[in-house]
Design a protein around this ligand. Structure first.
Ligand SMILES: Cc1cc2nc3c(=O)[nH]c(=O)nc-3n(C[C@H](O)[C@H](O)[C@H](O)COP(=O)(O)O)c2cc1C
Length: 337
């Protein structure tokens, strides 16, 4: 056990890594608080940043916070510490999503295979068309293994499965487009041009598919309520993958968020881009129909589109000072002798 408490600089590095995680509509629904002895970090859900009409159960909220937890684990390794994670450690306090004990030195500086730390800053949602280049089987296998290591099944879909998921996503996107309350909620996360700390500024929005085959989310509505990027031709048969769990509780959603981020960072290391197609997960019936019936009782939590293309545009983040609650300042060093 290392005797050293986390310094302010280390806490800032951890919070910046956690805060760089992906989140629904870039809502960033997290807060990080050092433990009283400064040997660990609590990850709290910030419910004021929930997206309640689109995400009434908090599934996407927990997924987003789970992704932040994974980034913290990567950053802990960067600091030479092992992160021992307890998910939802206090049943009386469901906003406490996780507690990380960071007191032990890292036995392995690369606990996730390749060094994932630089990928935290390079990972972005890539909402533009991808090329037709196939992702090598070896890389896809590594992504499946990465999700499995987090206790989550990543299914790389074959053509039939891709077409089925595209159909369900189109159905859900059209239903969302006709739902005025959801449309208003999504629009409330759109941000104007200029400095902002959260939400979706115009630069990060992608085009719609000219051939309407890849149903990327329209953040500006159907028809668009604001100037939208011109349509472009997407890849005819995207490479889709689903993340699924055996049970469907908040701890499963936090695990899925960690698996999503682990897969996404590893993909980034390999130059593979990703974006999320979440619309079908947001309606109970389309979410249920996302599962492959022959796979048994699986709960699909997320749909990822993978491929080769532009890296995506960095989206804004809240400053560390807003997401790090430092109520336990570092002990002053007492003079010895
Ligand atoms: C649970 C979840 C659902 C998401 N759903 C979508 C989606 O349907 N369409 C989309 O383009 N991006 C989606 N995203 C990506 C977020 O919009 C993105 O992570 C956020 O805007 C921050 O941008 P970044 O990923 O580039 O850092 C989703 C992300 C999460 C975690």
């Amino acid at each position: 056990m290392t005797a050293l408490a986390l310094t302010d600089t280390q806490l800032d590095l951890l919070a910046a890594a956690g805060g760089a995680a992906p989140s629904l509509h870039n809502s960033q629904p997290w807060r990080f608080c050092p433990t009283a002895d400064r040997h660990g970090l609590q990850v709290r859900i910030d419910s004021s940043r929930a997206v309640p009409i689109t995400d009434p159960d908090g599934r996407a909220l927990h997924l987003s916070v789970g992704a932040a937890v994974f980034n913290l684990r990567v950053a802990a390794a960067q600091l030479g510490r092992t992160a021992t994670v307890r998910l939802l450690p206090d049943p009386a306090d469901p906003q406490l999503a996780a507690e990380l004990d960071l007191s032990a030195p890292a036995e392995d500086r690369r606990p996730f295979g390749p060094d994932l730390y630089p990928a935290i800053a390079h990972r972005h949602s890539s909402r533009r068309p991808f090329s037709n280049r196939d992702i090598p089987e070896q890389i896809l296998g590594d992504l499946v293994d990465a999700a499995r290591a987090e206790g989550v099944d990543l299914a790389v879909l074959e053509e039939y499965g891709v077409r089925r998921v595209l159909e369900l996503t189109t159905e859900a996107e059209l239903r969302t487009a006709a739902d005025l309350a959801r449309q208003a909620e999504t629009r409330s996360w759109l941000r104007p041009e200029g400095p902002t700390a959260d939400g979706m500024p115009p630069a990060v929005l992608g085009p719609q598919d000219h051939d309407a085959r890849v149903p990327v989310r329209s953040f500006t509505g159907h028809p668009p309520t604001r100037p939208a990027p011109p349509t472009e031709r997407f890849e005819p048969l995207p490479q889709l993958a689903t993340l699924a769990t055996r049970t469907d509780h908040p701890a499963d959603w936090l695990r899925t968020g960690q698996a999503m981020e682990r897969v996404w960072l590893l993909a980034t290391v390999h130059g593979v881009r990703a974006s999320v197609l979440h619309q079908a997960v947001e309606w109970p019936d389309t979410r249920w129909r996302l599962r492959e019936p022959e796979d048994g009782p699986a709960h699909v939590q997320l749909v990822l589109r993978l491929g080769y293309g532009p890296p995506g545009t960095p989206s804004p983040r809240r400053p560390v000072g807003e997401i790090l609650d430092d109520t336990h300042p570092a002990e002053p060093h007492l003079p010895t002798g």
